[in-house]
Design a protein around this ligand. Structure first.
Ligand code: ATP
Ligand code: MG
Length: 763
């Protein structure tokens, strides 16, 4: 009976099987799209578990998205016929990083309940740091510094390691300094940003060999999917875990495809793949050549397109599948028509019995999504937007989350600051400034400052009373969190804070949608054990498809987010010069940028199992302006033998009357077209349909007095009864009582007031 291979091995081809069964030593699987790389990894884990080579908690498995991790977990369960609960180390680099970091937080100057900042918080904090350094934020914007710091973190560089030439690129050489100041601020706030989840783990490992050794012992097997898109920090992280001091061969299996390296702009280094054999001598390299995903025409089109790239390893790909339908290419008058035509095609597919779950729209830039969303809402066509924190980035969602964070993590200043006056309750900038000053002077979180200040008269009676009520609410919610389910708690907080009410009273067009989103947020909390678990998840979500996969919906996602996924039918809209290839890639990275865009096109086409449908529009609104556009050069690179050029019907928009030839390279607008009332109406209708840019910050950033030394709160005051003091607001007075750091002062003019000692000075 021993000779009979396990059921999970039988469907594999010989190369795949070798990749699954070569458990000892380093293995690199280098293969094209749809050849079963991910399947090999999944089966490999099943094999490790089934043969008892390791327990679930001894396997480190890295996927590119949280969603991919969930799917892998499910499939392993199916393969070995039992659910896989205990695989704590299956997840993205970030998810695994945060888990390790929380276990040893104190070794990197954090507490285990540290907050993970999202981009928006990061920018806010950076603004503060820039201004504290006396640099004009308008000239040296926070976003630019954030990009630079992200870039350094992706490359595994600490502030001290930033090359001086690069530090020069921001604020005349202040780059490194600001990076250091930002890191210090993060520690004070007990916070980490995304980059830290890896960088700080690397530091943890380097500075604590004992901790690293613990993980060397723990991880018997390591597996990494999408290896071509690892950045330097991830590579260093992985190498630390894989290379033991004794130099044993690690049981490390990485799979990837150099043609699908699409995150170069985020620091990914395709070289990591090429370097694998050098880093891990004696590695087994396995190539897979049979594509199991797509039809012959789709593979033919994709293969021809990617052959235009120069820097490739080159791979053979074949399929035993039928030729299938040709890839179609169609043009639309404008992006609105494109959305309408695709909507109609999807409805037609649906009528023929195709599941919406099998259909995806892959866009180059997320702004393209909005038009499809609008159209699908009109048609009543169910859809989901996958990928990116878009849903969670909406203002109302961020506000709600800030309430939850402030309840659960009272040291989370950024969360507290975001909602202290939302809805408007009269706690304006002046109040916040006082809270902030106190917090800075005493080295305490703002909420703690608030609790002190509501007992004194630093604040005017009205805001003091309001703040008191708000703090009482936070205490009540924190207490409720012990007894209520987290969804109930969320509803309670949103209601009692007046937040839901604020949107109910709002008369603007978006209010209804925002209320809907808040409901959706509470729904999305289902399935999490508690609020803390949910908040942890939120900090990590890169893909936001939480709703049941059982619902039948069209997926809308970016090409970048589509990595590793597959759909029966794939729509690829917006294949226009400037949008795809994206102008920014061309401008910033020239030929390399173009090649990365082309890999993106390759990724897009190879997501399709049976149908790939390329679209381009002749007019599109880019950066708020209508522009006439030319079909993408990638359209020209599709081979005629695998492609059908489809004439779109003329029943849409004004395309017919203008007599457009869909493939004309240039379609300049006749000036008069702009002035017809119909066009203006169409333009304003469409203008309102575009995704708005990021919500403005709610208040001016606070300044930081960098030189201030934190003092702990509640310490006995330096002032004695009878001392003469001066208070900025109340003037001169005499201390009547001392209670910790709170003073009761008889002011000469203002009368008796309670104040905190950091607001007075000796007179
Ligand atoms: P990508 O490069 O896009 O990530 P991949 O190499 O990871 O692709 P998989 O997603 O693992 O490829 O596999 C592609 C499709 O082919 C999946 O539907 C998978 O189930 C199927 N497949 C892979 N190997 C086999 C096989 N031996 N027999 C049947 N189907 C297979
Ligand atoms: Mg894959």
């Amino acid at each position: 009976a021993a000779a009979r291979p396990a059921a999970y091995l039988t469907g594999l081809n010989p190369e795949q099987r070798a990749a699954v069964e070569t458990l000892d030593g380093p293995v690199l699987v280098l293969a094209g799209a749809g050849t079963g790389k991910t399947r090999v990894l999944t089966t490999r884990i099943a094999h490790i578990l089934a043969t008892g080579r390791a327990a679930p908690h001894q396997i480190l498995a890295v996927t590119f998205t949280n969603k991919a991790a969930r799917e892998m977990r499910e499939r392993i369960g199916v393969l070995i016929g039992q659910s896989v609960e205990g695989m704590p180390w299956l997840g993205t680099f970030h998810a695994i990083g945060v888990k390790i970091l929380r276990r040893h937080a104190e070794l990197v100057d954090l507490k285990s309940n540290f907050t993970i900042l999202d981009t928006d918080d990061q920018i806010r904090l950076m603004k503060q740091v820039i201004e504290a350094a006396g640099i004009d934020e308008k000239r040296w914007p926070a976003r630019q510094l954030a990009n630079a710091i992200d870039g350094w973190k992706n490359r595994g560089l600490t502030p001290a390691q930033v090359p001086s030439g690069e530090a020069m690129s921001f604020a005349n050489g202040k780059g490194g300094e600001l990076y250091a100041a930002y890191q210090a601020r993060l520690k004070t706030l007990n916070a980490a940003d995304f980059g830290d989840l890896l960088l700080e783990t690397i530091r943890l490992f380097r500075e604590n060999p004992g901790v690293l050794a613990e993980y060397h012992r723990r991880f018997r097997f390591m597996l990494v999917d999408e290896y071509q898109d690892t950045n330097v920090a991830q590579y260093l992280w992985l190498r630390l875990l894989a290379q033991t001091p004794a130099g044993e061969k690690p049981n490390l299996c990485c799979v990837g495809d150099d043609d699908q390296s699409i995150y170069g702009w985020r620091g990914a280094e395709v070289d990591n793949i090429l370097r694998f054999e050098k880093d891990f001598p004696g590695a087994t390299v396995i190539r897979l050549e049979r594509n199991y995903r797509s039809t012959g025409h789709i593979l033919g089109a994709a293969g021809h397109l990617i052959a235009n790239n120069e820097g490739r390893l080159g791979k053979t790909l074949f399929t035993d599948d039928e030729e299938g339908e040709r890839v179609t290419v169609a043009g639309a008058w404008d992006s609105g028509e494109e959305a309408r035509a695709i909507g109609d095609e999807i409805e037609a597919l649906q009528h023929k019995g195709h599941a919406l779950n099998d259909i995806a729209i892959l866009v180059r830039a997320s702004f393209q999504m909005r038009e499809f969303e609008d159209r699908f809402v009109t048609l009543g066509l169910p859809y989901r937007v996958i990928g990116g924190p878009r849903f969670y980035e909406r203002a109302e969602i961020r506000d709600a989350l800030a309430y939850f964070r402030a309840t659960m993590q009272p040291a989370d200043d950024l969360a507290f600051e975001r909602i202290v006056n939302v809805p408007k309750r009269g706690l304006g900038d002046a109040t916040v400034q006082i809270l902030h000053d106190y917090a800075r002077h005493n080295g305490v979180p703002m909420m703690q400052a608030a609790r002190v200040l509501v007992e004194t008269e630093e604040l005017k009676p009205k805001p003091r009373q309001t703040l008191g009520a708000l703090m009482a609410s936070f205490s009540r919610w924190a207490a409720q969190s012990e007894v209520l389910g987290h969804q109930e708690l969320a509803e309670l907080i949103l209601e009692e804070s007046g937040y839901t009410d604020m949107w109910q009273k709002d008369r603007t067009a978006e209010a209804a949608g925002r209320l809907e989103n808040l409901k959706e947020l509470v729904r999305s909390m289902e399935g999490f054990e508690n609020m803390a678990g949910f908040l942890e998840h939120i900090s990590l979500v890169m893909d936001a498809s939480e709703e049941g996969a059982s619902e039948d919906k069209v997926s809308i996602l970016t090409l970048h987010g589509a990595k590793g996924l597959e759909y029966e039918t794939v729509f690829l809209p917006g294949w226009e010069e400037g949008l795809f290839p994206h102008q920014r890639s061309l401008d910033e990275n020239g030929r390399a940028g173009l090649e990365e865009e082309r890999r993106l096109a390759y990724v897009g086409l190879t997501r399709a199992r049976r149908r790939a449908k390329v679209w381009f529009a002749s007019n599109r609104r880019i950066h708020g302006l209508w522009q006439s556009t030319m079909p993408s050069r990638f359209v020209d690179e599709l081979p005629a033998a695998h492609v059908d050029v489809v004439e779109a019907s003329n029943s849409y928009g004004s395309g017919g009357s203008l007599g457009m030839s869909r493939f004309d390279k240039a379609q300049p607008f006749a000036g008069s077209n702009y002035s017809t009332p119909g066009w203006q109406r169409a333009q304003s209708n469409m203008a309102s349909g575009f995704r708005t840019t990021q919500a403005p910050l709610r208040r001016e950033p606070l300044t930081i007095e960098g030189e201030l030394v934190a003092r702990s709160t509640g310490t006995a005051s330096a002032y004695k009864v009878g001392a003469r003091v001066f208070h900025l607001k109340f003037g001169y007075g005499e201390v009547a009582e001392v209670d910790g750091n709170k003073l009761t002062v008889d002011f000469d003019k203002a009368g008796r007031k309670r104040v905190v000692d950091s607001f007075v000075e000796a007179a």
